[in-house]
Design a protein around this ligand. Structure first.
Ligand code: XMP
Length: 510
C-alpha cells in the first residue's frame, strides 16, 4: 500500500486514483498522522501531496518528523518537495517569479524517478516558493530555466522530491515517474484489482452482518444502486431497500431503477410514492434553503416511517449508506472549514434509531464504484448517469414548485439528455440538465403568439463538482437541442445555454 499525506492539495485524491489505476492500494490520510500510525499501515511507500501553504509561513503544515526515520521511501510533490527540503536542512525561499503551467525539465541524471525518460521532459508546475539549497546527502537531479532544484534524490534513504505535478495529464510522462517510484523504488505489489476488491467487499459484508437484516435507501443514483447490489449479493433477501419516490426525480428513473432491481431477484424493494406529500409541503415555498430543509426532513420522516411500519417485523439492525471515499476523507479532515454555501442533503438518519452503519463503498472512488458496478453486471446506462442532487428537480425550478412546472421541466430535461445521448455527447460531459426559469416571454409559433416559460440548459465539465467549466458543445448540437425542446415540450418557447463557470456560479441553480 502507498500512503498519501494530504497537505490540502486539490490533487491529493488524483494521486490516490493514479496509484490505484496502476493496481496498487492507496490511502489518503491527513498530513499530521503520526509516524507510529503510518507504521501500523505498513506502507511500501509514502507520498507527500502538494498544498496551498508556504513552508515560510508560521504554522504551515508539517508532517511528524519521525516519518523520516521509518526507513520507508518518500516522494514529495510540490509543497511536499519543499517541506522535505526544509525539514531535512535545506533552504526554501520565495521565488522571484513563480512557475505556473507547462515547463521544460532538463533531466541531468536518468536515475531513480527518471529512468526511461528523455533529456527534456514537459511537466506541469504550480508554485511560488522554491528550493535554493539542498540538505546534506541530497542531490539535485533536474532543473528548469527558473528553478535549479526542480527535483532531488537521496538514493541511500530513498527520499525523492519533485517541484512539479506528475499526477496531472499535462506532465506527459508523469505516469512513468510514478511507476518508477512505486515499482522500482518501493517494490509495491499490484494487488488492487476490481474483481478481487468486489469479492473482498462482499465477504466483508457477510462477516459484518452475520444473520441480521439491513435497510438501504435507494435514491436513484449510482452509489446507492451499487451498494444495494453488493449487499444483496452478500446477504440476499435480508436486505430491505426503501426507494422514496419524491416526485422530484428525472423522467422514468423510478421505473428504470426499480425495474432493474426487481428483475434481478430483489424481493425486499419497497417503493414509497410520496410525491403528493412533497408537492403539498413545497407549495408556495420559493426560498432555496427552505426547499432543501423541507425535502431533507420529509425524506427522513418517510424513510423512518417505512422502517417502523412495514419493515418492523424484520428487526433491522444495520443501515447501509452509499458513502464513498472522498466523502469520508473530506468530512474527517479538521483542517478545512468551508463556508456553508448550500445545505447538501444526504440521507443521515437520527442516531437515536441506533442502527449499525454499513458503508460498502467507503474505500472507493467514484470511477471504482462504476467499475465494481460493471463487475457485478449492472448495465452501462445505469452506471453512467450524471450525478443528481438529493433535492432533485426541486432545485432546478427557480422559485415556486407546481405540478405543471415539474412536468414541463422533467420533459425538457429528458429531451435534452436524449439528444445528448444520441449525439454521443452525454459521456463527454460531467453533468448536464435542464432548469426551468419561471419567466414568461413572448414567442411566435405557426401564426400565433405564445407567452411561455424559459428553459436554461446547464452542461459542465468537472472532476469532482467543486469547480466546473461550462461544456463547449458544437453549435449545431445546441440548435438541435433547442428545436427539440421547443418543438416537443408544451409550455416552453425559449431556450438559453448557461456559459458560467463555477465559481462564481454554482452548478445547480439553488
Ligand atoms: P453545486 O450546485 O453546489 O453542486 O455547485 C456541486 C455538485 O453537488 C451536487 N449537489 C448535491 N448533491 N445533495 C447532493 O447529493 C445536494 O443537496 C446537492 N446539491 C448539489 C450537484 O448536482 C453537483 O454535482
Amino acid at each position: 500500500m502507498i500512503v498519501i499525506l494530504n497537505f490540502g492539495s486539490q490533487f491529493a485524491h488524483l494521486i490516490g486514483r493514479r496509484v490505484r489505476d496502476m493496481g496498487v492500494r492507496a490511502e489518503v490520510v491527513p498530513y499530521d498522522i503520526s509516524a507510529s500510525e503510518i507504521e501500523k499501515l505498513a506502507p511500501s511507500g509514502i507520498i507527500f501531496s502538494g498544498g496551498p501553504a508556504s513552508v515560510l509561513e508560521k504554522g504551515s503544515p508539517r508532517p511528524d518528523k519521525k516519518i523520516f526515520d521509518l526507513g520507508i521511501p518518500i516522494l514529495g510533490i510540490c509543497y511536499g518537495h519543499q517541506v522535505m527540503a526544509h525539514m531535512l536542512g535545506g533552504k526554501v525561499v520565495k521565488g522571484k517569479q513563480g512557475e505556473f503551467g507547462k515547463e521544460t525539465l532538463l533531466v541531468k541524471h536518468k536515475k531513480g524517478l527518471f529512468v526511461g525518460l528523455s533529456a527534456k521532459e514537459t511537466v506541469w508546475f504550480s508554485h511560488g516558493d522554491q528550493v535554493v539549497k539542498l540538505p546534506k546527502g541530497l542531490v539535485g537531479t533536474v532543473s528548469t530555466k527558473h528553478c535549479a532544484h526542480a527535483a532531488f534524490a537521496d538514493a541511500r534513504r530513498n527520499f525523492f522530491g519533485i517541484q512539479f505535478h506528475p499526477e496531472v495529464t499535462h506532465t506527459l510522462h508523469g505516469k512513468k515517474m510514478l511507476e518508477n517510484f512505486l515499482f522500482s523504488i518501493c517494490h509495491a505489489k499490484r494487488d488492487w484489482k476490481i474483481a478481487s476488491i468486489t469479492e473482498e467487499i462482499v465477504d466483508g459484508i457477510t462477516r459484518e452482518v452475520g444473520g441480521e437484516h439491513v435497510v438501504v435507501g435507494i435514491s436513484g443514483g449510482v452509489d446507492s444502486l451499487v451498494a444495494a447490489t453488493l449487499i444483496h449479493r452478500a446477504i440476499g433477501n435480508r436486505l430491505h431497500a426503501v426507494f422514496v419516490d419524491t416526485g422530484l426525480l428525472r423522467k422514468g428513473e423510478v421505473a428504470q431503477v426499480a425495474g432493474y432491481l426487481r428483475k434481478h431477484g430483489f424481493r425486499g424493494l419497497h417503493v414509497v410514492d410520496a410525491s403528493k406529500t412533497f408537492l403539498k409541503r413545497l407549495a408556495g415555498v420559493s426560498d432555496p434553503e427552505a426547499k432543501r430543509t423541507i425535502i431533507g426532513y420529509s425524506f427522513i420522516e418517510i424513510f423512518e416511517k417505512a422502517i417502523k411500519g412495514e419493515l418492523k417485523k424484520y428487526r433491522i439492525t444495520h443501515l447501509a449508506q452509499g458513502t464513498i471515499y472522498p466523502d469520508r476523507v473530506e468530512s474527517a479532515s479538521t483542517s478545512t472549514t468551508a463556508a456553508k454555501i448550500k445545505s447538501h442533503h444526504n440521507l443521515t438518519l437520527p442516531e437515536k434509531m441506533g442502527f449499525k452503519i454499513l458503508e460498502p463503498l467507503r474505500d472507493l472512488y467514484k470511477d471504482e464504484v462504476r467499475k465494481v458496478g460493471a463487475a457485478l453486471g449492472l448495465p452501462h446506462e445505469l452506471l453512467w448517469r450524471h450525478p443528481f442532487p438529493g433535492p432533485g428537480l426541486a432545485i432546478r425550478i427557480v422559485g415556486e414548485i407546481t405540478k405543471e412546472r415539474l412536468e414541463i421541466l422533467r420533459e425538457a430535461d429528458a429531451v435534452f439528455i436524449e439528444v445528448l445521448r444520441k449525439a454521443g455527447e452525454y459521456e463527454k460531459i460531467w453533468q448536464a440538465f435542464a432548469v426551468l426559469l419561471p419567466l414568461k416571454t413572448v414567442g411566435v409559433m405557426g401564426d400565433g403568439r405564445t407567452y411561455e416559460y424559459i428553459v436554461a440548459l446547464r452542461a459542465v465539465d468537472s472532476v469532482d463538482g467543486m469547480s466546473a467549466d461550462w461544456h463547449k458543445m458544437p453549435t449545431e448540437l445546441l440548435e438541435k437541442i433547442s428545436s427539440a425542446i421547443v418543438g416537443k415540450v408544451r409550455g416552453v418557447n425559449r431556450v438559453l445555454y448557461d456559459i458560467t463557470q463555477k465559481p462564481p456560479a454554482t452548478i445547480e441553480y439553488e
